[in-house]
Design a protein. Structure first.
Length: 256
């Protein structure tokens, strides 16, 4: 079985700059950081755009560490207070401990039938099992979907079904498209690397590390980092589109 797949990631509200660069196909994947901070108007804008792309049979997306309200609305308030140098208790607006009602509604009834949001769960499309997660190893202050390396994050990766064909995570695996420009460190997740070596999916799609855009062959398949924004948050990296043969476990042709 063959699929024409396009991978995008880390568009950070600049998704409209990809118009004209999405050639269409069987599957469009976005691996998180759709927004800058997950504000309502940002998320609404992305979902309207993603819903409106009409040249893919199916479309799948996950959230990332910047998409605060997908984790807990209160994280957005606390992050804004941190940026503005204010006490978080200065805000008099109520915040949900989980997803706000407007987001639950967007993800519930406003996604088109061929658009799927994944959060530590899977779907099957044409007998291809796709599992997605927004989780990344903890870093910085107050970002969404952070789990400490080691035991905590491994509890999430253990949920990946053993028969998964495609894994989508916001963060990269260790050693593959994960090297930062600051110190040249590999910052991908070691526990995810080990879990994928057990599961052996055919394809892994991620983002998060803007300067490590690209793809690499692994022992079990291919690992992609599809960040469209570079380290300066400029959209300088193009979507990656290719035809993939699931029977031969190989890329047939890169199309863009």
């Amino acid at each position: 079985m063959k699929m024409k797949i396009t991978h995008i990631s880390d568009t950070h509200n600049k998704h409209n700059q990809l118009n004209g660069l999405l050639p269409g196909g069987d599957l469009l994947i976005h691996s998180g950081d759709i927004s800058s901070l997950g504000r309502k108007h940002e998320v609404q804008g992305f979902i309207e755009w993603f819903n409106g792309i009409d040249n893919y049979t199916n479309k799948v997306f996950i959230a990332g560490n910047h998409d605060m309200t997908f984790d807990r609305e209160i994280l957005l308030r606390d992050k804004l207070a941190h940026f503005e140098g204010r006490d978080k208790n200065d805000y008099d607006t109520s915040c949900s401990e989980g997803k706000p009602a407007w987001l639950e509604e967007l993800l519930g009834i406003h996604l088109r039938p061929n658009v799927f949001y994944l959060e530590n769960n899977f779907i099957e499309i044409d007998q291809i099992k796709i599992w997605g997660s927004p989780i990344t190893p903890s870093f910085g202050y107050g970002w969404a979907f952070n789990k400490d390396r080691g035991y905590d994050i491994n509890q999430i990766w253990n949920w990946i079904p053993n028969d998964t064909d495609i894994v989508i995570t916001h963060g990269t695996i260790y050693g593959y498209c994960d090297r930062t420009s600051r110190g040249g460190l590999n910052v991908g997740c070691e526990q995810l690397y080990h879990r994928l070596n057990e599961v052996r999916p055919q394809l892994h799609f991620s983002g998060h590390i803007h300067e490590a855009y690209g793809y690499r062959h692994t022992d079990w398949g291919y690992a992609f980092n599809g960040c469209n924004c570079d380290l300066s948050y400029l959209v300088n990296n193009k979507p990656m589109t290719f035809e993939y043969d699931f029977l031969k476990r190989d890329i047939v042709e890169f199309l863009m």
